[in-house]
Design a protein around this ligand. Structure first.
Ligand code: C2O
Ligand code: CU
Ligand code: CU
Length: 419
């Protein structure tokens, strides 16, 4: 519902079953349905409120990944929603346009709850983003990319510890659809891609190697579009791209094999078939946003984090009762994260950051701009210029963690408060 910038949503977490493969029922979870949840769309300045109803038989939470909001509204491990209960978070959207998402964050159970299907997109628009292709489902198309292992009887294999990185599937679902195709009706289409997988990273491009424009990353638009033909998307990351189509042509959004581990494996994601006549699009603006890039003053505070294997950050396993970092409201800091172990990524709640460098060099083009999650392969040190939120609350922590969900559940997570 929508009146005067107030938006109320009712989200019901429920169990059900879904036919991904013909003739096979898979027991799944969903939000307002049997698998995944609705795409929520709001504008900067809106006051949003929710009834999050837990109709599951167990406790869960619902976290707003990418949202800038008070810690008690964050939906992390401390905001538990018991079976049968309703949680009523609310806040004002005070951040630039971005493609964010929501998913459970119950400590120790996040991998399973997300894998069963609890996730959805949460799109923030502003004056600038609305100048880009924005006709939802026509030239503005969301894609939640996930890999699954489906057993012979149709049920999901839920062996979260099957590899050091967690569960890696061999079947791709996009928006909960197996073997999907998309009819293209516009000459220019914006795709909002979310890697909603537990562990797999996708090396995304097109089967015909066409190039496309990158418009933005996790936490907002880039200053100007960037021409690319590949981008790497690790779990939890989002990207917005624009692709041009000629009438009648076909191509496939594809994931190309990367190095061993979570980038391994080659997958068709979505087959795309353009109509013989396409609606014309206006040219992309040269400048996408006037929002300044995140930078840090000199001599700013530097915090260092070390990643190794799967269950700790700086040698400490996640403890719900320990605050690891205390950060002044509105602070800008450098977070320097060194990975001396397995492949990981790193996500910070209630924050946006720019990747300053990776092993001393500028990050690849696809990692520029505003982000909240970054891939940190083994042997890499990244420096992030982080912009923290400004809702002080010394008693309620936000999380930072590896977004490989098995690692997160195993304790590769820490807590910070904003004071
Ligand atoms: Cu997408 Cu702390 O999570
Ligand atoms: Cu998050
Ligand atoms: Cu990890």
């Amino acid at each position: 519902t929508d009146s005067e910038g107030k938006k109320h949503f009712t989200l019901t977490m429920q169990s059900g079953s879904t036919e991904f493969l013909e003739g096979k029922q898979t027991p799944t979870w969903g939000i307002n349905g049997s698998y995944l949840g609705p795409t929520l769309r709001v504008s900067r300045g809106d006051q949003v409120s929710f009834d999050v109803i837990n109709q599951l038989n167990e406790t869960s939470t619902l976290h707003w990944h990418g949202m800038r909001l008070p810690a008690v509204m964050d939906g992390g491990p401390h905001q538990m929603i018991e079976a049968g209960a309703t949680w009523e978070p609310h806040w004002t959207i005070e951040q630039p346009a971005a493609t964010t998402w929501y998913h459970p964050h119950l400590h120790g159970k996040t991998a399973q709850h997300v894998y069963r299907g609890l996730a959805g997109l949460f799109i923030v628009e502003d004056e600038e983003s609305k100048k880009l292709p924005s006709e939802y489902g026509v030239n503005d198309i969301p894609m939640i990319i996930q890999d699954k292992l489906i057993k012979g009887d149709g049920s999901f294999n839920e062996n979260m510890s099957m590899t050091p990185f967690g569960l890696l599937g061999n079947q791709i679902l996009v928006n909960g659809t197996y073997d999907p195709y998309l009819e293209i009706t516009a000459s220019q289409v914006r795709f909002r891609l979310l890697n909603g997988s537990n562990a797999r990273a996708y090396n995304i491009g097109f089967s015909d190697n066409r190039s496309f424009y990158l418009l933005g990353n996790d936490a907002g638009l880039l200053p100007e579009p960037v021409l690319l033909d590949r981008l790497l998307l690790s779990p939890g990351e989002r990207t917005e791209i624009v692709v041009e189509f000629e009438p009648g042509e076909e191509t496939i959004l594809h994931s190309f094999a990367g190095k061993d581990g979570i980038e391994n494996g080659e997958f068709d994601l979505v087959k795309m078939i353009a109509d013989t006549s396409l609606s014309a699009s206006s040219p992309l603006p040269n400048h996408l946003t006037a929002e300044p890039l995140i930078d840090v003053p000199e001599n700013v505070k530097v915090r260092k984090f070390e990643l190794t294997t799967k269950s700790a950050i700086n040698g400490k396993e996640m403890d719900m009762n320990r605050i690891d970092e205390v950060i002044p409201a509105g602070a800008r800091e450098i977070w320097e994260i060194t990975n001396k172990g397995w492949d990981h990524n790193f996500h910070i709640h209630d924050a946006a950051f720019t990747v300053m460098d990776k092993n001393g060099e500028l990050p690849p083009l696809y990692e520029r701009g505003r982000k909240d999650t970054v891939f940190i392969p083994n042997g890499t040190t990244v420096r992030l210029a982080v912009d923290f939120g400004s809702y002080p609350d010394p008693d309620t922590p936000y999380m930072y963690h590896c977004h490989l969900l098995y690692h997160e559940d195993s304790g590769m997570m820490g807590q910070f408060v904003i004071v």
